[in-house]
Design a protein around this ligand. Sequence first.
Ligand code: ADP
Ligand code: ZN
Ligand code: ZN
Length: 751
Amino acid sequence: MLAANTLKEKPVLRLAIPSPLRRIFDYWPPAGSNSNDWEALTPGMRLLVPFGKRRVVGVLLEIETSSEIDQRKIRCAISVLDEKPLFSNALMQVFLWAARYYQHPPGDVFSAILPPRLRRIPTATGFGTKLWEVVNQPPIVPLSNRAHRQQALLQLLLERGPLSQTNIEAAGFNPALLKQLETSGHISKRIMPVPNSNSEQAKEHRETGAAAEPNENQQKAISALANALGQFGCFLLDGVTGSGKTEVYLQVIERVIANGSQALVLVPEIGLTPQTISRFRERFNCELAILHSGLNETERYNNWYKAYKGEAAIVIGTRSAIFTPLKNPGLIVVDEEHDLSFKQQEGFRYSARDLAIVRGREENVPVILGSATPALESLHNALSGKFVHLVLPERAGAAEKPIIRLEDISCSELLNGFSVRLTALLQSTLESGNQALVFINRRGFAPALYCCDCGWVFECNRCDVQLTVHRNPPLLRCHHCELQLAIPRSCSQCGSKKLATRGMGTEKTELFLQQRFTGFPVIRMDRDSTRRKDSLQAILRQVESGKPCILVGTQMLAKGHHFPNVTLVAVLDADAGLFSPDFRGQEQMVQLLFQVAGRAGRASRPGEVIIQTRHPAHPILQSLIRQDYHATAGLLLEDRRSASMPPFSHLALYRAEAGDIRLPAEFLQEIRNMLEQSGKNRSGSARTVVSGPVPAPMERKAGRYRMQLLLQAGNRTSLQSLLAAVTPEIEQLKLAKKVRWSVDVDPLDLI
Ligand code: ADP
Ligand code: ZN
Ligand code: ZN
């Protein structure tokens, strides 16, 4: 037999193992396997392996002929868990790139990538329907001729295909036989996806909604994207709210599906609403796979499997859906690409938007980033020609742009945060049968409780913040840790009973509006009022009924919902965002204001937006009323350029925290020394500026002291090589075990 590539030598398997170490681990193939088995091994398969005293599921990354480790120390894998790799070579490259770029342990990266069910050690107990089937690999141990019952069972499975244990027992076989056949490598168990009822319905003949006739700008975008299918390209679909971006995605996806390919659509956490899903369902008569954090393990696995098998033509999901394998990748869409939820803020701190681009390149598919308020980074990339810039400047259909007005409140008397004029406008909006939306970026009743006699303000004893007063239920709560206290009756400093709240939160605003506008429903929408399952849906239904009402809420209101009957949008206080200490603070405020403004007058009724401010002459607010996001973003980009902040530099942040105030500082100082040492040995590389260690803006959180070390580089490659040289070394530091530390590449904020 000619088999030039046959692996005659026993290969070394290099695996990602769930562990906090930034390295991969070597194993031999399972004992008793032969060169045919080795041939079948492909990166992207899972193996069950011994790890210390435990057994763990690892993912095969590389197959090598030799190891740097003493051969006698290498252990054998226990078994191969997959017949085929779970991920294509291209996708494996994306994952390995992510582990390197974000300086994260590869084993932990794969833990984030695999659906929980595929992460666990296969056991007899679990969910879903388990089916036994004959493996089509040569068995590990041949079956003895005398094992008659085992042979009969094997025959049954060969003839009738995968069977459940119940069916096998019903055919008169003892379940112990299954175990024996499994151990000797003749049969294996697999979990069949349980078809969910929705997808069954989807297969029935449904009436599908018609596509709108694209306007000229939409048509340009659709043609550009349709021509780009089958190859990599990155497109910024930059269109004002209601300009028909979703319509563009739908028409491009239609072509993707017609080619037999799949589309992956990422949406912000809060954007994956029934409204979004039904828009896709209404348009396409095809299978959808939906992936978000609210799914149970079975649902998650089933949807993942439909994507992997190519059964779902469209995969819609939140951040982690970027890791879903697609059998026939055709297109990646990141909707509301500026949304912060695309960046994971703990553990494996990846940006799903940035990974979408890396993935598009590896898989040779176009990537669409869509937003009415693109992130400054994306806009910069579009303006500099790195991305193709597709602009939809007008609202689609009949909807008109809202009118935006600034309400100068620097000299006016406010009643519970509302100017007299704004209150009158709310009144007339309700009386003429329309809906209003009141935006206040603070949940709870009031942001502070203080003593009228001595001025004492109640603070969290574990964090450096004031406690928020909540009314329903009545509690003082810390928004940064779990602390909750009963509302005190007297001042803890002077004993005075004269306590009062300061400032406004959503609850207090709600109460005021209820008392002021009796007879009209006031609906609150924030993290507290939507905590219970389905409560958000109930709120949306009430608004959709179209009856006059006031909706009060936090930034949740600004995210992707369609409120066609809202004609007045009020922003109670724009100033906090204008003077934010964080480098992205203004950008986020501007995006939020444009998004909030976009909620008004989406249908045929024109809208009005009132922004209360004490700084009406501020250039950002002035450019906001001209409703030109590009001009406003241009101002912000200039600021970033002069401060050498992203996108004009690249950042990484080492964070450390501990109960003992000295440890994080000492630890980060050691890192700083290592960085400087490593930097010195590099000749000619662009300079990386290291600042710190400095206390984090909120120095104490949940009882721990927090410090940080900032790296700022003009050149991404030199920053990367510095991080790669130093980060694995950090694990070896003694202090690394005494502090909680992390590295954040491209951090969203420096807090
Ligand atoms: P975006 O995603 O940019 O907010 P949508 O795609 O949701 O915009 O479109 C906003 C509204 O305009 C929707 O009700 C949509 O059905 C409608 N629409 C989109 N494109 C057109 C068009 N070409 N003609 C008429 N109506 C359109
Ligand atoms: Zn007091
Ligand atoms: Zn706290």
